[in-house]
Write a new protein. Sequence first.
Length: 270
Amino acid sequence: MAFHGWKWLLLLGRQTTLAKAWRSRRGGLSLCWKRCCHWSTGKSLDPEVRAFLEENTEVTNSGHLTPEIRLHLLTPRCRFWREKPDLWPYGDPFWAIYWPGGQALSRYILDNPHVVKGRSVLDLGSGCGATAIAAVMSGASQVLANDIDPVAGMAMILNCELNHLKPFPITIKNIINSEAGNWDLIVLGDMFYDEQLADGLHHWLQKCIRTHQTEVLIGDPGRHQFLSHSIRSQLHKVIEYSLPECTRQENYGLTSSTVWSYQPSNSLDN
């Protein structure tokens, strides 16, 4: 099975597996930056995993909205674009795809550095880490990347190295429904692919906003699960980007991706 077909499984069937993982891996987020799981370049990377990721991904900055950022991604030139999905030894590599919602968020931050400059930023469901990298490049004072996949954390370190950045703190656990952290800005892309997960995000983000006046930016290319959710009525459209042809082909007809500002009403029951 080609990776093109594999990606379709990630978009449709296997997204349920990831959603269940986000819902089940509960854990608190410390309000102290020093207590976050901090990965450092080189030392914390398993040499075998590092070698595997470097061998089976392509370093690229083309085909997406942010040519300023180089990333390890799965592309048609990679072995696992053609191999059977089950041969990949580290679980579904959601992090190895630069999803369109994340592309839009990263582009917006790079074009508007004032959005993050001097601010603390949480990149929720960070994946390849591109949006966290964009925040660092644009002058954020503190950046924390969060994902539930430890291999994603390792890939983020490799991607920091590619862009000549000191790795930012990375926490590997589900922080949704945990205590609301005191962030200036939370960014999340492509997270609304499951109704129950979307409900959890909706209420947790509301709590963060009401407790700490946190600003929230969401990137999404207009998936049905996002546009049909009740959160849609509480979003303000910030900017819409036309996706590069390569990204369009890989995302089955999606032609644009949008950054939304989340501005919930006063009721926690929405």
